[in-house]
Design a protein around this ligand. Structure first.
Ligand SMILES: N[C@@H](CCC(=O)N[C@@H](CS)C(=O)NCC(=O)O)C(=O)O
Length: 264
């Protein structure tokens, strides 16, 4: 099942989360992710099944069950990496928006989905950052969707990915004055797959070289860059853009010129 089929945002956005202070990168140039890659599949939205109490849900590894007004039995799940384009669980509603106080970093190793034991790929996690802002998609699950989603994500994110759960405050892009409590999957430095910081050029090299059961690590990077492009110019992620930039610089080395391909 595909992931986010997001409508390209139109016009100015009421909900803007812009860094309070721009941290220039050495040799910083205006950067743009590459042109759009084939859009991900359509989102799967199903009518919610009758409510079941969250107490009967499979336990989340650590965060409490974030409750919101309205339907306290519903759960919002915040995705900021592959969940943005491939949630692969049934949900009732979805919103594009952001969380404050976190920055997204390609600092988590992945030996299953986008890498192997010998060549771990790099996927994203959230880094606590007072000035940070991370854009993504929040999915609302209700009724029996809750236990199914948590059970699925526990395997995909926690067991296979090393992620733990954390409660975050999500600001919908079109209603930032009505924030929602949501569950996010975050890879902390204590998990065995954590790789931590590296120069963005080194991260780009690793991404170009790795693939796993869910596909190439480059697809993971470019689908995320495509999502950020859809969010509009106010959604900045300098770390992501720097890695995409570095990949663009290196790709010619991986793509022989016509001359090199000329038959002798
Ligand atoms: N928890 C983040 C990152 C999730 C993520 O990328 N997790 C990896 C596990 S290592 C995954 O599910 N990959 C599936 C894929 O690459 O298609 C999110 O909310 O999107």
């Amino acid at each position: 099942m595909g992931g986010a089929q997001l409508e390209r945002p139109s016009g100015a956005r009421p909900g803007v989360c812009v860094r309070r202070s721009f941290r220039a990168h050495a040799g910083d140039q205006p950067r743009r992710p590459p042109g759009p890659i084939p859009a991900p599949g359509t989102m799967k939205q199903e009518p919610a099944a009758p409510n079941t109490s969250p107490a009967s849900q499979s336990p989340t590894p650590s965060a409490q069950f974030p409750r919101n007004d309205g339907d306290p039995q519903a759960l919002w799940i915040f995705g900021y990496g592959s969940l943005v384009w491939r949630p692969d669980f049934a949900y009732s509603d979805s919103r594009v928006g952001f969380v404050r106080g976190y920055s997204r970093r390609f600092w988590q190793g992945d030996t299953f989905h986008r890498g192997s034991d010998k060549m771990p790929g790099r996927v994203v996690t959230l880094l606590e950052d007072h000035e940070g802002c991370t854009w993504g998609v929040a999915y609302q699950v209700q009724g029996e969707q809750v236990s199914k989603a948590l059970k699925y994500l526990n395997v995909r994110e926690a067991v296979l990915g090393g992620y733990d759960t954390k409660e975050v405050t999500f600001y919908p892009q079109d209603a930032p004055d009505q924030p929602l409590k949501a569950l996010a999957y975050v890879a902390t430095p204590q998990n065995p797959g954590y790789l931590g910081p590296a120069p963005e050029e080194a991260i780009a090299t690793q991404i170009l070289a790795c693939r796993g059961f869910s596909g190439h690590n480059l697809e993971y990077l470019l689908r995320l860059a495509d999502f950020m492009q859809l969010c509009g110019p106010q959604a900045q992620d300098e770390h992501l853009a720097a890695i995409v930039d570095a990949v663009g610089t290196m790709l010619p080395c991986f793509c022989p010129t016509e001359q090199a391909l000329a038959l002798v």
